[in-house]
Design a protein around this ligand. Structure first.
Ligand code: ZN
Length: 284
């Protein structure tokens, strides 16, 4: 029955679309009557709700799996939530890539892309770091501090293992994993250079970078609480065919709370689906 939900949303938007058209036609009729009364000619065109039309165009282009992930709902409410997400984009520096930049095995960033502003992570009271030269975009850095502070209040000290990675660093890392695990296995966990969320400076890995993280108190806490601070799990369990990566319980991307809420409410909490939708919406 799940696949019916998309169609319901689609159908509802279609109905609203039609209702709008009908309403417009009626008001046009009234206008024409008025204009007739004052002996004026009218060549007004019927204007349909362009947002609903656009939503329909975008929904059609989504993968079947993404369509199936969208629950039943009111298109107007969806659009309202969408606009809140687009507004929240303004909380991020406007002279850098969007926090919703689509990057995956098929969508890349150039080899010379470096975030405009990177804040180095230093030894501090809130969280531990297990390497030098870690850095994040300012928005993610501030969000990490808030997350770590909340964790500390619950008696959990988070350890950050990986943050921004340059194209070159990612290239060496990918080559290393290919040499250890072979290409096929490396592809499941390590990104080719130019395709990693880490190059965007808004993603991080908690330690240990291992399935074992999920069972640690920190892992359990992060799983429950990260979204409250705008952090989204990028590669959830059971979605390798969608994200291109096996479950990575340690890897989170900062997109802001409004977008995480949108992801939860309308995209079955799958970041990839939401980002794909936003990418299509913006390019329409
Ligand atoms: Zn990662």
């Amino acid at each position: 029955m799940k696949n019916k939900l998309f169609f319901t949303l689609f159908l509802t938007s279609f109905l609203i679309f039609n209702a709008c058209a009908k309403q417009q036609k009626q008001s046009e009729k009234q206008n024409q009557q008025k204009e007739k009364n004052v002996n004026q000619s009218s060549e007004k065109k019927v204007e349909l709700n362009p947002e609903i039309e656009k939503l329909n165009r975008v929904l059609i282009q989504l993968s079947d799996e993404c369509k199936n992930a969208i629950p039943n709902g009111n298109p107007q409410e969806f659009l309202q939530d969408l606009h809140a997400v687009l507004q929240s984009e303004k909380d991020f520096s406007s002279d850098d890539l969007s926090p919703f930049y689509l990057i995956d095995k098929k969508h890349t960033v150039s080899s010379d892309y470096i975030p405009k502003n990177l804040i180095p992570l230093k030894k501090n009271e809130l969280f531990d770091i297990n390497k030098n030269n870690l850095s994040l975009r300012p928005e993610a850095y501030e969000a990490l501090k808030k997350l770590a502070e909340a964790a500390l209040k619950d008696g959990i000290k988070l350890t950050v293992s990986s943050t921004y990675r340059s194209y070159e660093y990612q290239k060496n890392l990918f080559d290393y994993w290919v040499s250890v695990d072979g290409l096929e296995e490396a592809e499941r966990e390590s990104a080719r250079p130019g395709t990693s969320q880490h190059q965007l400076g808004l993603a991080l890995d908690f330690a240990p970078v291992d399935d074992a993280f999920d069972e640690t108190p920190a892992g359990k806490w992060v799983y429950e609480n990260a979204s409250k601070y705008g952090w989204s799990l990028s590669f959830p369990q059971g979605y390798e065919h969608v994200t291109g990566y096996r479950w990575e319980c340690w890897h989170f991307r900062y997109i802001g709370k409004t977008a995480v809420d949108f992801q939860k409410k309308w995209f079955s909490n799958i970041q990839q689906f939401m980002i794909e939708f936003l990418d299509l919406w913006k390019s329409e």
